[in-house]
Design a protein around this ligand. Structure first.
Ligand code: KG4
Ligand code: ZN
Length: 389
């Protein structure tokens, strides 16, 4: 399909936020919406996939049309429609990508399947995030409810995983520990709030993998230590001051671990031009402060996007769409949803260079085996559905 310059619509529906945003070709935000489903899931103490998918289905169409209205655009004005295709909950991914593909077919606009982690990782390059756009490579520290990863971002579609969690994600550890402390869902912000009243030195908790080689994480032992500590307390609810001390100690342990892991990640990627933090846990003030200290000691800028762009949003999806378009990629309409889609796998997925000039970043390219559909319509291509823009 002929590449045209213009705005890109982004759709995010991989977990419990329904979001839509439209970015102009230069990356300026024309319209953005996010609807959190926290209230829908609170009674269950976590995200219920079926409820999430239905809530996305209910909200998405009106939300997209709202963003188009605000931007003063029609679907046909768009240069592409980008949707998160993974990783995430399959029901929500199907809703978002199904909507995006339908709109793409109906309006004759290219579709882009976006990796959610790539979208977090490229947010650092969104205009306005830093005084100057960070050059590749830079370090991404992704700290969310589903992921804890250190990634060297070496180019659009070029990611090197430096470290990941061996068990729980950091946000999961916050949420589970908060639950053990009797705090409301989602636990991270509640735990941070009560930790302010506590004394971190009143209780000692372990720091799994601290000072170990590499920059992997492990948080399940820390969560178990919180559970064991609480099990030894007198029966009945914890006193507020005791809960505050445990929360403060937990947060201090996590902060300590993350600072140490970032130091190791920097040693593994010494030419990183900057460090970007993303994911809900990056909202935590103690953690931000510690990571900023580590970055300053290394003489690197720390890019901490505003909270609404750190947590799940569609601006990052539209921006990743623009970056992929500019690098010469589009997706075909049979691009699948991938509940598991590690960042490193992007570099290895079958892609073709843009015609006439190939993308400049050093991606590995393969050839596509056209599917039966692909034989009829070039927008239906191959396994991973990546195709020239
Ligand atoms: O990135 P995010 O909004 O959603 C995904 O997981 O994709 O991250 C949500 C996670 C939850 O585990 C939540 O408890 C945690 O981020 N979180 C926090 C804070 N705010 C959100 N954890 C610690 N301190 C916070 N202030
Ligand atoms: Zn996310």
């Amino acid at each position: 399909m002929e590449r045209k310059d213009g705005p890109v619509l982004g759709i995010e529906s991989s977990c419990d936020e329904t979001a839509a945003a439209i970015l102009a070709a230069d990356g300026s935000i024309l319209a953005e919406r996010v609807l959190s489903q926290i209230a829908d899931h609170a009674a269950f103490g976590g995200v219920v996939p079926e409820i999430a998918a239905r809530a996305h289905l209910t909200a998405l169409d009106a939300m997209v049309k709202d963003t188009l209205r605000e931007a003063g655009l029609e679907f046909t004005d768009l240069a592409a429609i980008a949707a998160t295709a993974g990783p995430g909950l399959i029901g929500g991914l199907l809703v978002g990508t199904g909507y995006a593909k339908g709109a793409a077919i109906a309006s004759g606009v290219p579709y882009l399947a976006i990796n959610h982690l790539e979208a977090h990782g490229l947010t650092a390059r969104l205009p306005g995030m830093a005084p100057t756009q960070p050059a590749f490579p830079y370090l991404l520290l992704l700290l969310s409810g589903g992921h804890s990863q250190c990634v060297a971002v070496e180019g659009v579609g070029c990611y090197r995983l430096l470290g990941t969690t061996l068990d729980d994600a950091v946000g999961e550890a916050f949420d589970k520990s908060a639950k053990l402390l009797g705090l409301a869902y989602p636990g991270g912000p509640a735990l941070e709030a009560i930790a302010r009243e506590g004394d971190a030195s009143a209780v000692h908790l372990p720091r799994p993998l601290l000072h170990r080689a590499g920059c992997d994480f492990s948080f399940s032992g820390l969560k178990t230590a919180v559970a064991q500590l609480i099990a030894t307390e007198p029966p009945g609810p914890l006193s507020r001051s005791r809960a505050a001390n445990i929360a403060a100690s937990f947060q201090a342990a996590v902060t300590n671990i993350l600072g140490d892991r970032l130091e190791h990640a920097l040693a593994m990627c010494p030419d990183a031009s900057a460090i970007i933090i993303a994911g809900g846990v990056a909202a935590n003030t103690a953690i931000r402060t510690r990571l900023a200290q580590v970055a300053a000691a290394a003489g690197k800028p720390l890019i901490a996007p505003p909270l609404r762009l750190c947590t799940d949003n569609a601006v990052m999806v539209a921006w990743a769409g623009l970056e992929r378009l500019n690098a010469g990629f589009s997706s075909t309409l049979d691009a699948p949803c991938k509940p598991r889609w590690p960042l490193e796998a992007i570099s290895n997925s079958p892609t073709l260079p843009s015609s006439p000039s190939p993308p400049s970043s050093p991606r590995k390219r393969g050839s596509l085996a056209p599917s039966a559909m692909g034989a009829r319509d070039p927008r239906f291509r191959g396994d991973d559905g990546e195709a020239p823009a």
